[in-house]
Design a binder for this molecule. Structure first.
Ligand SMILES: [Ca+2]
Ligand SMILES: [Ca+2]
Ligand SMILES: [Ca+2]
Ligand SMILES: [Ca+2]
Length: 183
């Protein structure tokens, strides 16, 4: 059953345009100031697969920039074993806009956001007990403290970015080129 869900997650990654990039976390990334930058994303979007480890009192922060509004953004974690992860999505100004505990596979978190505006964001991946759902109201940031989880994880991140109206002409030209190639 778990394998089936994982397959679905990978299929979801594949629907995001651009070949996926791979990234291994680099410690110390235990605060927003020390976040690992996973890059900028523009039309048509892209995906990143992250390899990481959560140890006792550890939290991993990642940053990314959207050059245009992402119609759909997803963040999903996978782990072997019984690790219990949590995830937080934070704006550049420190506003916690999403938290999840167990929406993913097993006790792993998953977050899906529609219409995420252009800008820089921070994603925290940590252990259960660090922060909870009240952080969306209090803006308490994950700091690694008050959790004893210890597990390896893979984090799947994807963005689907629809061209802005001004870019539609260019998009049309791309379509003509493709038609010619088929002939
Ligand atoms: Ca780590
Ligand atoms: Ca860390
Ligand atoms: Ca969890
Ligand atoms: Ca904490």
């Amino acid at each position: 059953m778990k394998m089936k869900i994982m397959t679905l997650g990978i299929a979801a990654c594949a629907t995001v345009a651009n070949a996926g990039a791979f990234f291994s976390e680099v410690e110390d990334n235990n605060s927003i100031a020390m976040a690992n930058d996973i890059g900028s994303f523009d039309t048509p979007g892209g995906s990143v697969a992250i390899d990481g480890t959560i140890t006792r009192s550890d939290v991993d922060w990642f940053s990314f920039t959207l050059d245009n509004t992402a119609s759909l953004s997803f963040f999903a974690a996978f782990s072997v074993g019984n690790g219990d992860g949590i995830m937080q999505l934070v704006t550049d100004s420190g506003d916690v806009i999403a938290f999840d505990d167990d929406s993913g596979v097993g006790l792993m978190p998953a977050i899906q956001v529609e219409n995420l505006a252009a800008g820089t964001y921070y994603l925290a991946f940590g252990g259960f007990g660090d922060v909870d759902s009240t952080s969306v109201d209090t803006d308490e940031l994950a700091d690694g403290l008050s959790h004893t989880e210890d597990f390896g994880y893979k984090l799947s991140i994807g963005f689907s970015i629809v061209p802005a109206p001004g870019a539609l002409a260019l998009f049309g030209m791309g379509g003509i080129v493709m038609t010619r190639r088929r002939r």
